[in-house]
Design a protein around this ligand. Structure first.
Ligand SMILES: NC(=O)c1ccc[n+]([C@@H]2O[C@H](COP(=O)([O-])OP(=O)(O)OC[C@H]3O[C@@H](n4cnc5c(N)ncnc54)[C@H](O)[C@@H]3O)[C@@H](O)[C@H]2O)c1
Length: 330
């Protein structure tokens, strides 16, 4: 049994805690959150211990691993302390909002050859994985274009926006990673963005929607279409287009029932609400990779370098929006 402490009992902490409890080879040993109501509530849900102080997880020799689901501005400190304490780490995205701080924390921990898995859960979505595997098997030949659509159902609260680091580092970071997962590293990035004339985004100096184009080392062209709101729900699609055909991942609805009437055909129910529902299997598979990689004493399928590479692309997209230029990376 891998004994895991959950650091942060907020939105993502609740998702991870469920995956840990559901995993036959993992045990939720401790929940940590400085907000007592959050810590006690999540601990009570799963019948485990709780604490207000992460030090209790780091000092507990019976705890093998920690999942860091605390706010982004605490990640590097939590990571360094966890590695110093000899814990294996699953770290939520993004590592940090600042490349220099990312490099500083790596310089501090790298001599310990730490086990750090990055929380890019979408890599473990069965459909996105299948696209990658079928591309590798040659089914569609050389991938020439990759299109990723990611639209949230509604914007986050203004307070979240102002601390989020901006759309590219907070939200599009998943799509930058998905692009690298599917077609490898990038050589150039360009982006256009709009606040849609909304005060909340203008005041946070952030975007309501954006379109990013990238060129991969492989020559593949990538388009990412992102929006912070979407009238019809959580829109998550992907298409790989190659010389011999295409592979496409569509949206998910709760069931596959389709209706027809005088006014519409092929009508489906609403899309699954948000990331918890749409990516539930991905979060569970991610946790399984964490457990299996630790058991096998091998590197995880997605690591610290992937977290850094995604942030480099986010910074390039910010630069492109600011300058109106194509930005070279890598
Ligand atoms: N992979 C994904 O799809 C995904 C989804 C949501 C959030 N995230 C990431 O997860 C992180 C948390 O986001 P969230 O939406 O769950 O935030 P949240 O605000 O809902 O929860 C964060 C929790 O951490 C607690 N916390 C603060 N400091 C702490 C500390 N020192 N030790 C322990 N707990 C502490 C807070 O009290 C809060 O309860 C962010 O980095 C975010 O980018 C990832």
């Amino acid at each position: 049994m891998l004994r895991i402490a959950m650091l942060g009992a907020g939105r993502v902490g609740q998702v991870h805690a469920r995956s840990v409890v559901a995993h036959p080879e993992a045990e939720l040993a401790l929940v940590v959150d400085p907000i007592e109501a959050a810590a006690t509530s999540l601990a009570a849900t799963h019948g485990t211990r709780w604490s207000l102080d992460p030090q209790d997880a780091f000092e507990d020799a019976s705890i093998d691993a920690v999942i860091i689901g605390t706010p982004t501005n605490t990640h590097t400190e939590m990571l360094a302390r966890a590695v110093d304490a000899g814990k294996k780490v699953l770290l939520e995205k993004p590592i940090d909002l600042d490349l220099a701080r990312i490099d500083d924390v790596w310089a501090r921990i790298q001599a310990k050859a730490p086990f750090v898995m990055l929380g890019f859960n979408r890599r473990f979505d069965p459909s996105f994985r299948e696209v990658k595997e079928r591309v590798q098997q040659g089914e569609i030949g050389m991938v020439r274009a990759l299109r990723i659509t990611s639209r949230d159902p509604q914007p986050p609260p203004a307070a979240y926006l102002s601390a989020s680091g901006g759309m590219f580092k907070d939200m599009t970071i998943h799509d930058f990673d998905m692009a690298r997962f599917q077609v490898g590293d990038m050589v150039e990035v360009s982006a256009v963005a709009s606040d849609n004339g909304l005060d909340a985004f203008r005041e946070a100096n952030d975007h309501a929607q954006a379109i990013i184009t990238m060129r991969a080392v492989s020559g593949a062209l990538v388009t990412i279409v992102d929006s912070r709101s979407c009238a019809y729900g959580y829109d998550q699609r992907l298409e790989a287009f190659g010389d011999l055909g295409s592979l496409e991942v569509g949206n998910w609805t709760a069931t596959s029932v389709r209706s027809a009437s005088a006014t519409r055909t092929e009508a489906a129910g609403p899309l699954l609400n948000f990331f918890l529902e749409r990516y539930l299997p991905a979060f569970q598979n991610e946790l399984d990779e964490f457990v299996q990689a630790i058991k096998a004493d091998r590197a995880p399928a997605v690591g610290f370098a992937d977290g850094r590479a995604a942030l480099v692309l986010a910074e390039a997209a910010n630069e492109s929006v600011a300058t109106g230029r194509v930005v070279k990376v890598g």
